[in-house]
Design a protein around this ligand. Sequence first.
Ligand code: NAP
Length: 411
Amino acid sequence: MNAALPVDVLKQHLIDPEICIRCNTCEETCPVDAITHDSNNYVVDPDICNGCMACVPPCPTGSIDNWRLVVRAQAYTLADQLGWDELPREEALPEAAAAVLPPADATAPEPPANVAYTAAGASVPPWSAAHPYVNLYTHKTPVTATVVGNYRVTGADTDSDIHHLVLDFGELPFPVLEGQSIGILPPGVDAQGRPHHARQYSLASPRDGERAGYNNLSLTVKRVTEDHQGNAAHGVCSNYLCDLAKHDTVQVIGPFGQTFLMPNHPRANLIMICTGTGSAPMRAMTERYRRRIDTGENGRLMLFFGARTERELPYFGPLMKLPRDFIDINLALSREASQPKRYVQDLIRERAADVLGLLADRNTCIYVCGLKGMEVGVLDALREVTMQSGQDWTILHDVLRREGRLHFETY
Ligand code: NAP
């Protein structure tokens, strides 16, 4: 009998649809555009993926880190993956394929040297960040939380209907850190009759709870009534959350996020740059610092916060009551009738000397959260202020990413 011919084996990269929260981070990160999605799933094209691993560290859930040994000619197609509700079981390879397999420890693709960061930000946390717990509750095992507060944090006369929502977890453990997010499972089904996927929201409260010592947390939710083009659109989860009453219950999964975390060592400085509801993690970090103001261990806080008007800036009242020697607040208002249009990046330029002073300190971390469009503007402003001082931004940017000191969360 003839010996079987060797078969080309592929270590195929797959995304677990049961854990994925459809946050788009992987698609944005992939340097070769191998990741795509439809309304059901995020999937990896086996003909394009080179196993570079750049997408793995930034994934907030770990759903991205799944691999199957398959005969290359029988790799799961994009159509296969788009139709999945769960990952297929591992299949045994044909004998001829097994015979040509490399040793087990050689099958995992080696990450290239530069995957410690994504294109703009770091994909490692600051060195002193506390240990985050992730995926304690999944789509299959959600936890029920009770609404203990839901109130509007923007002017009632404005179009920006932004809510502060407080969820209580009762006796169930739900350990979180500032910068992490959770998933909310809205009730009902999508246009295809499938249960809605989870929607991701950043925590607005610090690790010890919205109310210190209570097992609760808070979110900042903007009611979505139109899409990015301004066409009428009904946000399934945001409307559901904004309409919840006290004592209602919600299904929660998570927590998620292993990199957008705050430093935990004394005298660490934070530069926080946000727009609109992207202020949620900045509120969490600021509140963490505020609660330990008497310890003398806080570093400096510098905030750049963009909104259309003061009345559309979430938490405007409480924010402005914070002591000026505790936090350096810079508001960029874009549609305030009495002022010229300002974006956060304009204020970064105006405060160049102070930004540079903080950047020169290795205890400084930078967080950027909010509209996708601000990313380029903020990077340009940071480049400009750095170059004004005669420094090479390319080098500093690289250091900030490698040391987990520059983080982006934009949508
Ligand atoms: P928004 O009200 O639409 O905008 C806030 C401000 O940003 C406005 O002053 C706006 O100015 C300005 N802006 C627009 N384009 C900009 C650019 N290229 N650079 C800098 N500033 C710019 O904001 P929003 O509706 O609250 O949206 C916040 C974003 O944060 C959403 O995309 C949301 O998904 C994301 N996010 C939310 C959470 C959460 O937990 N809730 C967490 C992470 C991220 P003009 O419109 O006047 O030009």
